[in-house]
Design a protein around this ligand. Structure first.
Ligand code: GLY
Length: 338
């Protein structure tokens, strides 16, 4: 099976993303030449391991969003210090999106910037979280509110890691894959797994290369994410990220429809792709409160100009600020949330 290699073109911060079976075995070829030792940041339950001849140690972080915290960064950093990790060494993030976000932020902060190589082990990690240099942790007021743009030195997407992925994790990944469908119109389900992941990476790499720090176009990668982040928090993370993104894109479609940005056919297309083709859930859990969701969305990172969403329309998916609350109510009504 051929491997796919995608370049994320960011001048002196450019790097390769390699996708394929067994690619993590090539890890040593992707470590910075200056690295004399490595710290692997991972979790106990990751059923995928890597071989490394470089002197290394492993730091385990807890499972669950509550461990995506500054306290975890402190614990990891203490382990870096004990192991004697220097700025010319390397951190390796091995796990899902939560692990690569945390490992990336720990590396960004350690000695004001130490190299990180990401080895995502979930579909969400491979198609989205580990690519593009967004790293960070949560605080009580919201997800990923503290963090840094810190590009990895390389990303190795070893599809062998996906063999043991629980169905729910696969569904979550498909939520992000469906997002790329709406950004490009590509029929990603027609591709075999490595080619599909590689195409998603390519789409994201182009967007990131054009707007690394999200001063404009990169925001489209947050399609469906405004409601998704609010749903994740208000359901106490009962809904996983990708599941919430799928529902969030349906909400964004209803909102765009209420605003007159898309017609009935385009709204129906969202259901056809997300529910019928990708098999994802599209119903907002009845346990969440509409008012709480709206309040959380007001505090979204994108909400610089009032309630702000990434919405479909005649020009494709784009950022839309100053959305009046009445349109949100119309969208919630259409989705039958009391
Ligand atoms: N996951 C959104 C981004 O990387 O910009």
């Amino acid at each position: 099976m051929t491997n796919h290699k995608i370049n994320v073109a960011l001048a002196d911060r450019s790097y390769s993303v390699v996708v394929g079976s067994g690619v993590s075995k090539e890890l040593e070829n992707f470590l910075p030449r200056t690295a004399k030792r490595a710290v692997i940041v991972t979790q106990e339950n990751i059923p995928f391991s890597i071989n490394l001849s470089l002197p290394h140690t492993t730091v385990l972080i807890g499972n669950g969003e509550q461990f995506k915290s500054l306290q975890t960064i402190e614990v990891i950093s203490e382990q870096f210090a004990k192991f004697g990790l220097t700025r010319s060494d390397v951190v390796i993030g091995l796990g899902g999106g939560m692990v690569t976000d945390v490992a990336g932020f720990a590396a960004a902060s350690w000695h004001r910037g130490t190299a990180v190589v990401q080895i995502p082990t979930t579909l969400v990690g491979m198609v989205d979280a580990a690519i593009g240099g967004k790293t960070g942790v949560n605080i009580a007021q919201g997800k990923n509110l503290i963090g840094a743009f810190w590009q990895p030195s390389a990303v190795l997407c070893d599809i062998d890691a996906l063999k043991t992925l629980p169905d729910r994790e696969t569904r979550c990944g498909l939520g992000e894959v469906a997002k790329y469908h709406f950004l490009t119109g590509d029929d990603l389900l027609a591709l075999e797994l490595s080619a599909r992941i590689a195409r998603c990476v390519e789409i994201k790499a182009d967007i990131v290369a054009a707007d690394e720090r999200e001063t404009g176009g990169r925001a489209v990668l947050n399609y469906g994410h405004t409601l998704a982040h609010a749903l994740e928090r208000s359901s106490d993370f009962e809904l996983a990220h990708g599941e919430a993104v799928a529902i969030g894109m349906i909400f964004a479609a209803h909102l765009a429809h209420s605003l007159g940005r898309i017609d009935d056919a385009r709204l129906a297309h969202h259901y056809k792709v997300i529910r019928d083709s990708y098999g994802l859930g599209v119903v907002i859990p009845r346990s969440v409160d509409r008012k709480v969701l709206i309040d959380l969305m007001r505090h979204d990172k994108k909400a610089i100009n009032g309630l702000t969403f990434v919405l479909d329309g005649a020009n494709g998916v784009e950022i839309v600020g100053g959305v009046e609350e009445k349109y949100l109510h119309q969208a919630f009504d259409a989705m039958e949330l009391p």
